[in-house]
Design a binder for this molecule. Structure first.
Ligand SMILES: Nc1ncnc2c1ncn2[C@@H]1O[C@H](COP(=O)(O)OP(=O)(O)OP(=O)(O)O)[C@@H](O)[C@H]1O
Length: 258
């Protein structure tokens, strides 16, 4: 642990014309910390995640990232090439829909291996060995390495997407509803796996979810959004066990009733 954050987010706002996407969001993300961003549909979670991961240009505000060599860089002042380099090396992005994060018509092994090639690995045997190792870590059996992900179940695809993202040893992973769209039993297994990997690798992550159970299991801290604003933030257990904002109280109680 260092005493400096990995990401500093200051007054990020994104407007779509007159419509608020997200408004005046600030927080620090610390090394090894998992932050959940929760809220109902349309509250601005995806807008915020896309602004933080430089997929969307905010209307105002700054996001700075502590590079491996220690200096903070303003993400929106970097060149496109520098941002792409960060995305390939230091960051991962796990999409809700695995087909957005995988190449569906190349083999599972190649999906994992090509990320290693993108960071400069050239030795075929080493790449194949790392891919095999990572498939094992996400519980995909080795004999599926040459199969294409379109032949996989939804849960397997999502596990493959996770392997593809983690194989390069990123420091920060963005996740957009990583267990959305999966059966409940598949979700539980995936969450367990994710929790183990995040812990083992000491990853920092920002996880967007509308599911408070996902936030509870994965995150240390959470922010609750409504209509583009943060209505409450704090340690996950505190927010869920003792919500202060009326909106969070409603969210927590409505979940408990189902
Ligand atoms: N490309 C866009 N153009 C115009 N308005 C948009 C666009 N994308 C999002 N919005 C609006 O911004 C607000 C926040 O949307 P956002 O998708 O960030 O919410 P969300 O919490 O991620 O919702 P969901 O869980 O349904 O994805 C909504 O009012 C939405 O209609």
């Amino acid at each position: 642990m260092t005493d400096e954050p990995l990401l500093r987010v200051r007054s990020i706002s994104k407007f779509y014309g007159n419509r608020i996407g997200c408004n005046d969001i600030s927080f620090d993300l610390w090394p090894g910390e998992v932050l959940a961003v929760v809220g109902e549909s349309g509250s601005g979670k995806t807008t915020l995640l896309n602004c933080l991961s430089t997929r969307l240009l905010p209307t105002s505000g700054t996001v700075s990232y502590r590079m491996r060599y220690g200096a903070f860089h303003d993400l929106y002042r970097m060149s496109e090439a520098e941002r792409r380099f960060l995305m390939r090396t230091d960051w991962g992005f796990v999409h809700q829909n695995p087909s957005d994060g995988l190449r569906m018509t190349v083999s599972a092994g190649a999906n994992v291996g090509e990320r290693l090639m993108a960071v400069g690995q050239r030795h075929y045997g080493d790449i194949r060995a790392s891919a095999t190792d990572w498939l094992g870590r996400v519980e995909i059996s080795e004999d599926r390495i040459d199969d294409q992900p379109r032949a996989f179940s939804g849960g397997m695809r999502q596990r493959l997407q996770i392997a593809r993202n983690l194989v390069t040893g990123p420091r920060l992973v963005f996740m957009d509803e990583p267990t959305g769209g999966l059966d409940v039993s598949v979700q539980a297994r995936l969450l367990d796996l994710l929790r183990g990997l995040v812990h083992e690798l000491g990853l920092s992550a920002i996880v967007v979810t509308h599911d408070l159970a996902v936030a509870r299991l994965l995150s240390h801290r959470m922010i609750v959004m409504k209509d583009g604003h943060v209505v409450e933030s704090g340690l996950t257990d505190r927010v869920l066990d003792d919500p202060q904002a009326p909106y969070t109280q409603l969210l927590v109680s409505s979940i408990l009733q189902v």
